[in-house]
Design a protein around this ligand. Structure first.
Ligand code: HEC
Length: 94
């Protein structure tokens, strides 16, 4: 059964490639976040995506936070709840 090993290796490599490919798709799917939020939310000016995700469990909590705790420079976003909810989904909140 020696000859099965290379085949198995190829199979595993395929799986790894696929998981990397879908990982980068997840990045591409965060268009709103990267266009509208990421420039300030880079962990220097404002908390980055990971820390917001750790802080807010649900899209609703996140929305309330944007509306109440968000900085003055985010004012244009605050009236658009559906946009905030979309972004919450993008960064993986439910
Ligand atoms: C012009 C810069 C800027 C943009 C653009 C921006 N933010 Fe902010 N945001 C800030 C600053 C500054 C704070 C205040 C950070 C602090 O208090 O430490 C903040 C705070 C927040 C908070 C509260 C953070 C906390 O610590 O509880 C949330 C949530 C948030 N922003 C979400 C967003 C989302 C979502 C977007 C994109 C739709 C966005 N922000 C776009 C600058 C920005």
């Amino acid at each position: 059964m020696k000859c099965e090993k290379p085949l198995f290796t190829v199979f595993v490599l395929c799986l790894i490639t696929i998981s990397f490919a879908s990982g980068s798709n997840a990045e591409n799917n965060r268009k709103l976040w990267s266009h509208m939020c990421a420039s300030c939310h880079d962990s220097k000016t404002a908390p980055d995506m990971e820390s917001l995700r750790a802080k807010y469990r649900t899209a609703d909590e996140f929305t309330v936070a944007v509306e109440s705790r968000g900085h003055r420079c985010m004012n244009i976003l605050k009236n658009d709840e559906s946009l905030i909810k979309k972004i919450a989904k993008e960064i993986g909140l439910k």
